[in-house]
Every structure is written in structure tokens, then in C-alpha cells.
Design a protein around this ligand. Sequence first.
Ligand code: 5BU
Length: 483
Amino acid sequence: MEDLVEALFEAEAVKFGNFTLKSGLASPIYFDLRVIVSHPRLMLQVAERLWDVGRSVCHSALLCGVPYTALPIATLMATAHERPMLMRRKEAKQYGTARMLEGAFAAGDVCVVVEDVVTSGSSVLETADVLRQHGLQVRDALVLLDREQGGREILAGAGITLHSVCTVSRLMQVLLDRGRVDRATVDSVSAFISQNRATSPPPASSPAPSLVPAPGGGPGAVAQSYGQRARLPSTSAVASRLLLLMEEKRSNLCVSADVRMAAELLAVARAVGPHVCLLKTHVDALDDFTADLPERLAELARSHRFLLLEDRKFADIGHTARRQYQGGVFGIASWADLVTAHAVSGPGGLEALAGVGVPLGRGCLLIAKMSSQGALTTQGYMQATVAMAEARRDFVLGFISTERVTHDPSLLHVTPGVKLQPGGDDLGQQYLTPEEVVGRRGCDVMVVGRGVLEATDVTAAARLYQQAGWDAYCGRLQPATAS
Ligand code: 5BU
């Protein structure tokens, strides 16, 4: 294995310096395993080492490489050991059979996923999802390099065991022992890895999460101010806009303006405008939506400095979701700063929404854990949602969730089901208090609908919630950063 590590270094499949990752994070280490196609002996070595770690699970399984880098690697493994292979397409063909998966298989067959590098596990999950949608069983994934940034745990949450040839720590030790890197480089890589771990949520049976610092000892999201988080390099432009606005207005309150008439909606926007960072709408529930309403709402949003969140909960296949976002009578993309979407339809739906939203500077909150009783948003689902968000950080600024699903300070947690009196309604809604949501659970924005709307004085109620949310936030900050 030591020789393989050195050969990867010589082929420049491992590099050190300052790199900006797909996620926007600045990293001192970069892996580019694509280069190994130019080094046939190295490719064979990689395939053999992967077979060695996966021998016990591969001997009777189909193999599928994550496109594109792992495709030739999986091919070498399959031919050398006479195992049948499957090929996953990244895009369905536009002609002939529109298949996403090529090769012969039957429902119930076991397939092992092969990948070059795993960070959060999202690319393995994407391929595993396609395989599972075709009735295949995916229980194991083989990877050459585990970056030790939470991928193993996230995959475990989705029922997949990760078998790795090498971890980044091991790789750094080998390169240090062989005089290829110095101690300072090893230290900067290990600091980066521990500060940028995608964390998995606690198991379903554990009590409500308490506030813990980020793994590795760095300041987690809950210990940093909104303003500090707005300025992190990994925070997207739209998330920064919201975080700065929250800091400036001293508000982590989103009022859910669930009313029947457009005039009522405008009146609520006017009444709560000074106290909120977000105004949430359900325009499809209005009795009298008209084309001029969005511009009138946008005007109020500009003058009171809040963002508009249309709680559309997109959940369809990409082709349909794109139309729903861009077109129709509501033309949501043209006015809503943020939208909500379910992860249930897989990455294609999100991809389509991002294709419309990103060029317009819009953002999306993925629904990780709903507030309603009996919601089917289970731990495995929540973890897969995090992985999906991480793969589209240019569009996804965080989650709708009743608990934190990641410690990453650049992702926001927006929580519905909030009232000063805990309890619920007769249709399964469950309420938590601002102190529980923001103070104890470490969520960032609280969504309040009826708690404000049913008050006799809507403005006074919004002010009360604003204060309660802000007190809970200040209480959770370290004394040094409390404002
Ligand atoms: P309430 O009146 O505070 O219960 O309103 C809550 C709002 O948040 C309402 O518009 C819901 O559609 C929305 N919501 C929610 O309550 N729970 C969820 O899990 C999601 C959205 Br997602």
C-alpha cells in the first residue's frame, strides 16, 4: 500500500497547495484520480487493491463504478475476476432506450459500488440510489481513498458499508515517512479534515440533540454568530445575504403568512416586515392570486429588508419541477428568493431547480425533518438529504428541519412548528418553543405561522417572537461572541 501511495503522489493524483473544492471550501489537499488512466500499471494496482479490500463482498456480486473516474477501475476489477459489471449513465439517452443503467441484472441482485475518493459519500449515494431504484441491493461500497470527512458514517446511515484501501491520515503518514511532505503539510491537512467533517445526525432513538461543538474542536455553527458564518468562504452568496440581514435586523424570525386573500398577505407583510428576516408564503393557497402580487410583495421585502420564501415543497421529477418553478401562473422563480424542496425525487429534481434558480441568485432549503407527527423523514433519509445538499451548495443554503442535521456552519437550519406555548394542532402539527428550537437544538431561523397570525395585534406578536428568538440565539453563543 505504501508503494501505491507513493506512485499516486508521483502521478500527481495527490497534490498539496491551495485548492478550491467543488463545495467552495479552500483545501490544502486535492485528489485527482482521473490522471491514472495515463498510468496503466498504476491503474492495475489500484484495481487489485480495491479487489483485495472488497474480495469477500465482490465474489458473488455485480460491480458498478461511479461515473466517470471509477468506471475504468471497475472494468479492470470485473474483467480480472470475471464478475459482471453494470454501467450507470449520468444522463439518460435522448434516443433509443432511455436507460439509466446498462448491463444485465435481475431485481434482488447484489451490486457493489466502486469509487475513487469519498468525502461526504454523496456520489456513492447517487449511484446507489439509481441501482436501488432498479431493484438491486446495495450494501457495500469500495473506495480507494476515504477523506475521513463523514462519508463513512453517512453511507452507514443509508445502509452501505464503506471498505477503503487507504484513509487520508494513512496516506499523509506514508508520504511523511518517505520524505515526500513535511510535518507542516501533514498538520494543515489534518486540521482541514477535522474542521470540515460532514457529520451524521444522532441515531433516531437519542434524545433531542444538545449543543455540541463541531467535531475536531473547532467552533460549530451554534457557537459562531450569524455575521461570522456569513463571512465563511464556504457560505453561499444567498446564505450570506440572509445571515447578514439577520444580524443587522437582530431577527431570526420567519413569519409564515398563511392567509386566504392577497390583501391579507400584503397586510401581514407590512405588519411583520420590520421584525422578520424571512416571510414565508404558500401562494397556491390564496383564493385570489394575481400577477401583480409578487411585485407588491417584493416592494415590501425591499423596504423592510426581508427575503421571500415560497414554501412550494417541490418533489417531482426534474422535468416537471423545472416547469413548476419557472412557469405556471405563479412564476415562482421570478420573485421568490428562496424555495423549499423535498429530496425524495433524487438529485435530478434538485438539479433541475438549480438550473433555473442559480443564474437568478436564488436559493433552496431542502426538507430534512418535518414538524408533523409521524413524518416519514427518517434518519437515513435525513442523512441522504444532507449529502444531496452538499453536492449542490451553490443552490442549497440549508434545511427545513426540526433539528440540526449537520454541524457545518455555512448551512442554515430553518425550523417550522414553533409557538411560545408548546403543543400541537388537531392535524398532527407539533410545536416547540423558540428556546428549544434556537437555544437548545441550535437551529437558526424559526418559522411561526398561527402563533403570530392568530394574535389580535400581529405586529406586537411578531415583536414578541423576534425577541424570544434573539434571546435564545444570544444565550447559545459563547460569551465572547454574544451580541
Ligand atoms: P403554523 O401555523 O406555525 O403551524 O405554520 C407552520 C407553517 O410551516 C405552515 O405554512 C406549514 O406549511 C409549514 N411547515 C410546517 O409546519 N412543517 C413542516 O415540516 C414544513 C412546513 Br416542511
